[in-house]
Design a protein around this ligand. Structure first.
Ligand code: ADP
Length: 241
């Protein structure tokens, strides 16, 4: 599925969080939104997801205009910052959540949900932990539960907000490589937010550099790092672990 973002403006009061953003994302592409804190990355991701409406401009996923009321229909998977798992639910229940809350008409039968969740837990290598609660898991395991939950609805587009933000360096590296592999297997159009340029460089097919609610540069990781248009690409490098 391709994503087409056309002249999107998002204001909070008089503040322009997104200022005329236009971007094309190709089917199966893995794109990083890179930029310092407050540059509008999360806001753009939320507008793509239909979790936030644009004040002006449009977002299309596979030609369909994104509006707030058809999040389910568009099959977008979202992994929130800090994962936002349900603490009172087991791993199984967290992953099954997206399927269980579907309208009756399109809700899978219980056995089907069971099979789907087992398959996903295999995929994210968490088989055997399905009865645990989030508090009983490591950060990396929680991250993978969040990913399985997002994948449960068979999204055509996967959106991840700082997917590795809360993890230590070693776990980040392992998970990054694993996510890249998974993405290549599933070929889902994926957009992730990061302020870590190493992460963007290693993971993404294309990097979108944002600053002050605007896109400053778009290119392959090599293009962006060999000739950055803005020195902040390097300035904030030291500020993350
Ligand atoms: P980033 O993800 O790059 O750190 P955000 O998209 O979260 O940036 O935020 C961009 C700007 O918009 C920030 O200045 C932030 O304070 C502001 N902002 C984000 N969400 C809201 C909101 N719900 N209300 C008011 N201001 C917001």
């Amino acid at each position: 599925m391709n994503i087409h973002i056309d002249q999107v403006i998002k204001r909070f009061g008089t503040f322009h969080a997104l200022n005329e953003i236009s971007l094309q994302i190709n089917p199966g592409e893995l794109v990083a939104l890179l930029g310092p804190s407050g540059s509008g990355k999360t806001t753009l991701l939320r507008v793509i997801a239909g979790l936030e409406s644009a004040d002006e401009g449009e977002v299309y996923i596979n030609g369909d205009n994104v509006t707030l009321d058809d999040v389910q229909k568009r099959q977008v998977g979202f992994v929130f910052q800090h994962y936002a798992l349900f603490r009172h639910m087991t791993v199984f229940e967290n992953v099954a959540f997206g399927l269980r809350v579907r309208p009756r008409r399109i809700r899978p039968a219980k056995a089907e949900i069971q099979a789907k969740v087992s398959e996903l837990l295999d995929l994210v290598q968490l088989r055997g932990l399905s009865n645990r609660y989030p508090d009983q898991l490591s950060g990396g395991q929680r991250q993978r539960v969040a990913l399985a939950r997002a994948l449960a609805v068979e999204p055509k587009v996967l959106l991840l907000d700082e997917p590795f933000g809360a993890l230590d360096t070693k776990v980040r590296r392992d998970l990054r490589q694993w996510l890249r592999k998974l993405h290549d297997e599933l070929a889902i159009t994926t957009v992730f937010v990061t302020h870590d340029q190493e992460e963007a460089l290693e993971l993404a097919d294309r990097v979108v550099v944002m600053n002050h609610g605007k896109i400053e540069q778009v290119g392959t990781p090599e293009e962006v790092y060999q000739s950055p248009l803005n020195p902040f690409v390097f300035d904030f490098m030291g500020s993350v672990n």
